[in-house]
Design a protein around this ligand. Structure first.
Ligand code: UT7
Length: 328
């Protein structure tokens, strides 16, 4: 075991009840179930109602993760929420989660690394534990993307879903262990995937609303190309620096953006699809929530056994990329 390493001791996820299928979308925009399935691998996604915000799903996911870790909210030292759809621009969504949980002793803050947010959060939690500063850290990836989705734009509105996933990270005890983390960004590509207005560059005005600038915009094909390269690079870099070969991986859990991006990543590291977790068909792209939801489900489905190597890998707006290699 590495000195002062960390491990995931609890996991949980939450998605809204309402399901929006490809057939529902056919009635909303000029699209088809066939196009969506073949181009993205998606069949349905979960959609939040008007009263649900990111902190609500976060709190549900966190409660499950804390119970599995047998940790009381008051024992938490830190709460990190990764999201691009915070309840409010400030205070941080993590502070609402802190209030909901009664985690009165924690430092709570949000991070924005788009779809890579959970990987960035896990990397921070691991570093805080390795440094000896903190012991009990809650990392959440949560999104209500459907509230920044332009439902008149068929190129984007079919892609996204809502959800949250949470992990409790604590010092490793000789069994499970986070072995390697890797994060990197390329700020030259900020325009490819963006929510243009609502910040200090373009504050909210009647004009910004009329121009639909408060909805997510994406150059799909460019994002696709970057994603395939970034996910492969992050996976290869992380395995190489850990001295672990892809043959030794029991499971790859990639960000669930598009089945074709997932397949390309698996090909790049020569991994058969049987060793790749896929749930994009049922949840769509839930951004920062996609990896913790997929990780929780893969353990529930018995796809990881104690001692197995598992690689998490992501890319996202920014652009950001990252990977975490751990022994389950
Ligand atoms: O977490 C990060 C977020 N984003 C991503 O990961 C997205 C990455 N990009 C992608 O996944 C793909 O680029 C998309 C799924 C967004 C699009 O797939 P594509 O194979 O790159 O399609 P395209 O943009 O090249 O469009 C092909 C055609 C176009 O029609 P024409 O010009 O060939 O007549 C589009 O207008 O498909 C059309 N199209 C649609 N047709 C039916 C675009 N969206 C739709 C749609 N239904 N929903």
């Amino acid at each position: 075991m590495q000195k002062n390493s960390s491990m995931i001791t609890g996991l949980g996820y939450a998605v809204p009840e309402k399901v929006l299928t490809n057939f529902d979308l056919e009635k909303m925009v000029d699209t088809s179930d066939e196009w969506i399935r073949t181009r993205t691998g998606m069949s349905e996604r979960h959609i939040a109602d008007e009263n649900t915000a990111s902190s609500d799903l976060s709190t549900q996911a966190a409660t499950i993760a804390l119970a599995e870790a047998k940790l009381k909210p008051k024992q938490l030292d830190m709460i990190i929420v990764a999201t691009v759809t915070p309840d409010t621009l400030f205070p941080a969504t993590a502070c609402y989660v802190q209030k909901n949980l009664g985690a009165v002793n924690a430092a709570a803050f949000d991070i924005n690394a788009a779809c890579s947010g959970f990987i960035y959060g896990l990397t921070m939690a691991d570093a805080f534990i390795r440094s000896g500063f903190y012991k009990n850290i809650l990392v959440i990836g949560a999104e209500i993307l459907t509230k920044i989705t332009d439902w008149t734009d068929r190129a984007t509105c079919v892609l996204f879903g809502d959800g949250a996933g949470a992990a409790v990270v604590q010092p490793a005890n000789g069994g499970s262990e986070i072995l390697k983390t890797f994060i990197k960004s390329d700020g030259r590509l900020t325009d490819l995937l963006i929510l243009p207005a609502g910040g200090s560059r373009i504050p909210a005005t009647h004009e910004s609303v009329d121009k639909r600038l408060h909805y997510l915009r994406m150059e799909g094909q460019e994002v696709f190309k970057y994603a395939v390269k970034a996910m492969g690079d992050a996976a290869i870099e992380t395995l190489k620096s850990a001295g672990v070969s892809s043959d030794e991986l029991a499971l790859l859990i990639p960000h669930q953006a598009n089945i074709r991006i997932i397949q390309a990543t698996a090909r790049r590291i020569k991994l058969p699809m049987e060793k790749v977790m896929v749930n994009v068909d049922r949840y769509g792209n839930t951004s920062a929530a996609s990896i913790p939801i997929a990780l929780t489900e893969s353990i529930q489905q018995g796809r990881l056994k104690r001692g197995d190597y598992c690689l998490l890998v992501s890319f996202g707006g920014g652009f950001t990329m990252g990977a975490v290699l751990f022994k389950y």
